[in-house]
Design a protein around this ligand. Structure first.
Ligand code: BTN
Length: 324
């Protein structure tokens, strides 16, 4: 009920009368009044004027399930939304849901107590300071192509940051988003699979919106969106944008299982391209000029006149994050 009333209020630019809500939803005026009272308690500022009705003046800067459901109404990909005030890690929670048989889902939390980064690092996730979310996916693709979902998520985030802030951000292959030379987003993709089939994939996205604390290692390499733009960022609008962008990319990708359909945009968005990069691999360090990212998501480097494809590894880009 609360969700339906909120949906009516949010879809209305002006006032909507209690009478109209009551007729549209077939509920009593008392039930409406109770739902509005609850919404106010949650932080929605709702004006009520006699003879006019109700009007939402402002919404709280908080991830609220009912509102996210309304905002993502036109997203077909997500079957379930889970929203938490606090959780160990949205990726971990997504995996638990996967084991319980949940299909495509979005898991969002205001705070993570053990947020996880790549390579065993932590992702500090203070309450309300960022977008901390995981997408639980069950794509019918070959397991070796699942890592491309990280690149698509990166492109979705890059597009959305540009849309919301008007600023041009870049992707640092494979999983960072960089704004003004600093990391504002990291992506951690995890998978459970058999040799030839995927059980599930979790794409975890962490965006720095206003956080004051960073992991020691990111201290002088990271920034947050509000600091870079000088404006308040609507986290829910950012989340909505990312999900819709990702859905569009995902739907095309699961047909072809490669990046051909976005490869030009990806290469233009990728900060590694045409730069000297250092790749730390188990086999040792490799230095070369990155020529492009290919349609299979490999980072191509020119080394001794030959183009070599790199599938994974820790990559540094000369001139970025203080690397010289
Ligand atoms: C990285 O750059 O090291 C990846 C960071 C990924 C952080 C996000 S926040 C939401 C999701 N849940 C986690 O525990 N990690 C990812």
């Amino acid at each position: 009920m609360k969700e339906k009333i909120l949906a009516l209020l949010l879809n209305q630019e002006k006032f909507i009368s209690g009478e109209e809500i009551s007729q549209l939803l077939g509920v009593s005026r008392t039930a409406i009044w109770k739902a509005i009272k609850k919404l106010k308690e949650e932080g929605y500022e709702i004006e009520s004027v006699s003879n006019k009705g109700y009007h939402v003046v402002s919404v709280p800067d908080k991830m609220i399930k009912e509102e996210l459901k309304i905002l993502l109404n036109d997203c077909k990909m997500i079957e379930k939304i889970f929203v938490y005030d606090t959780i160990d890690s949205t990726n971990q929670e997504a995996k638990r849901h996967a084991l319980n048989g949940i299909g495509h889902a979005l898991i969002v939390s205001e705070e993570q107590t053990i947020g996880r980064g790549r390579r065993g690092r932590t992702w500090i996730s203070e309450k309300g300071s960022g977008v901390f979310m995981s997408l639980l996916l069950r794509p019918d693709i070959r397991p070796e192509n699942a890592s491309l979902l990280t690149l698509l998520a990166g492109l979705a985030v890059k597009r959305s940051i540009n849309h919301i802030t008007g600023l041009e951000s870049f992707i640092k292959w494979p999983n960072d988003i960089v704004l003004n030379g600093k990391k504002v987003c990291g992506i951690l993709t995890e998978m459970s699979s058999e040799i030839d089939t995927i059980n599930y994939v979790v794409v975890g996205i962490g965006i720095n919106v206003s956080n004051q604390i960073f992991d020691q290692e990111l201290l002088d390499k990271a920034a947050h969106l509000e600091g870079e733009t000088g404006h308040n960022i609507n986290r829910k609008e950012l989340l909505r944008n990312i999900i819709l962008e990702f859905e569009e990319l995902y739907n095309q990708f699961i047909i072809t299982e490669n990046l051909e359909f976005v490869i030009d945009e990806y290469n233009k968005s990728c900060i590694n391209v045409n730069e000297i990069v250092v790749i730390n691999r188990r086999e040792g360090e490799l230095v070369g000029k990155c020529t492009r990212i290919d349609k299979n998501g490999e980072l191509m480097i020119m080394k001794d006149g030959k183009e070599i494809g790199i599938h994974s590894g820790e990559v540094s880009v000369r001139g970025l994050y203080g690397y010289v």
